[in-house]
Design a protein around this ligand. Structure first.
Ligand SMILES: Nc1ncnc2c1ncn2[C@@H]1O[C@H](COP(=O)(O)OP(=O)(O)O)[C@@H](O)[C@H]1O
Ligand SMILES: [Mg+2]
Length: 290
C-alpha cells in the first residue's frame, strides 16, 4: 500500500495534571506536512511532546485545538477507519508473551480478518526477511532484545501499512544492533512506499534515518525543518552541531536558517514560518513557566 500524507495544522495538545489541576502544554502551534512516502525523523528533547504527537497520530488522543490529518481524515475521529493503515513500533516491543513469534506477527492480520493460512504465509515471509526463520515458534522470553524488536518490526510491516510510526524504537538497544535495525526499518519502509515517522531524542539516530529531520522545541513546535541531502557530506558535522545548539537553546541556529535563504522560495517561507512559531512558543514557554 502506498503512503498517505500526514499534516499537522495549528495543532495543540494540553493535559491537565490530575494531582494539582495544572495545565501542561505538550504541543503548541505545530504545523508540518509530510508527503506520502517520505521518511522523516522527529527529534526533540525529553518531555517536549513527541509521544503526545505520536498518540494523536495513532488516534489515541484528541487534539486540544487544530487538526492532525492522515490523508484527509483525523485518526481520533475515525479510529476504526484507520485499522490496518497505521503500524507502530515502540521502545518496548509490546509482544504478547503467551504467543510465539509467528502468532505475534499474525495478530494484526487476525484483526483485519485475513484467513489463517494467508496470515501464516505472510507472517512467516516477514520473519524470514528479518532473519528469524529459525525462531518462528520461539516465545518472546526465549529471544534477545534485538530479536524481539525484529519480531515487532515484522509485525508492523506484515500489514504493508500506509503509515509507519516508530517512537524511540531503537535507543535502548546496543549501538550495533540499533544501527542495523534502523537501516532495516528504513530500507523496508522505502520498499513498501509507506510514509514513515521516526521519533527520537537522539540526534545521531535522527540524522542517520531521515531524508528530512524536524527539530522540535519544547513544547512541541517546529524549530527547524531540514532536508539532510541539502547539506553536503563535508558540512554534516556543522549541521549536527547546529541542531544540537538548536535543541539546547530552543531557538533555530543561524546556520540552519542561513542555508534556508539559499533554498527555493517556498522552502524559505517554510523556515521563516518555523521561526515565527518559535517566537510564539517562546511566549508559550514563559506563560507556562517551563
Ligand atoms: N496523559 C498525560 N497527562 C498529563 N500530562 C501528560 C500526559 N502525557 C504527557 N504529559 C506531559 O506532556 C509533556 C510531553 O510529554 P511527552 O509527549 O511524553 O514527551 P516526550 O515524548 O517528548 O518525552 C510532559 O510534560 C508530560 O509530563
Ligand atoms: Mg516519548
Amino acid at each position: 500500500m502506498s503512503g498517505l500524507r500526514i499534516q499537522a495544522q495549528h495543532l495543540r495538545k494540553q493535559f491537565r495534571q490530575s494531582a494539582n489541576g495544572v495545565l501542561i502544554t505538550a504541543i503548541e502551534q505545530l504545523d508540518f506536512v509530510i508527503e506520502p512516502g517520505e521518511i522523516v525523523a522527529v527529534v526533540g528533547s525529553t518531555g517536549c511532546g513527541k509521544s503526545s504527537l505520536f498518540d494523536v497520530m495513532i488516534g489515541l488522543q484528541a487534539p486540544t485545538a487544530g487538526r492532525l490529518l492522515i490523508g484527509d481524515r483525523e485518526p481520533y475521529r475515525d479510529f476504526n477507519g484507520f485499522r490496518g493503515l497505521i503500524a507502530t513500533v515502540f521502545q518496548q516491543d509490546r509482544l504478547m508473551p503467551w504467543r510465539s513469534s509467528l502468532d505475534n506477527v499474525c495478530l494484526p492480520l487476525e484483526l483485519i480478518g485475513l484467513a489463517p493460512d494467508e496470515q501464516h504465509r505472510r507472517a512467516r515471509g516477514w520473519l524470514e526477511r528479518l532473519g528469524l526463520a529459525a525462531f518462528t515458534d520461539a516465545y518472546p522470553h526465549e529471544l534477545s532484545g534485538g530479536m524481539r524488536q525484529r519480531v515487532a518490526i515484522a509485525r508492523a510491516f506484515v500489514l504493508q501499512p500506509a503509515i509507519l510510526l516508530a517512537d524511540e524504537s531503537f535507543g535502548h538497544l546496543d549501538e550495533v544492533t540499533a544501527a542495523e535495525l534502523r537501516e532495516t526499518f528504513v530500507a523496508l519502509a522505502r520498499e513498501c512506499g509507506s510514509t514513515a515517522v521516526l521519533i527520537t531524542h537522539q540526534l545521531e539516530e535522527a540524522m542517520s534515518v531521515g531524508d528530512r529531520v524536524l527539530v522540535f522545541a519544547k513544547p512541541a513546535t517546529v524549530l527547524a525543518d531540514i532536508r539532510v541531502a541539502d547539506w553536503p557530506a563535508e558540512r554534516r558535522g556543522e549541521l549536527r552541531e547546529a541542531i544540537q545548539l538548536t535543541l539546547q537553546s530552543n531557538r533555530c541556529d543561524e546556520r540552519i536558517a542561513r542555508l534556508a535563504v539559499q533554498q527555493p522560495a517556498d522552502a524559505v517561507i517554510e523556515q521563516l514560518g518555523a521561526r515565527d512559531k518559535h517566537e510564539q512558543s517562546d511566549q508559550a514557554i514563559k506563560a507556562n513557566g517551563r
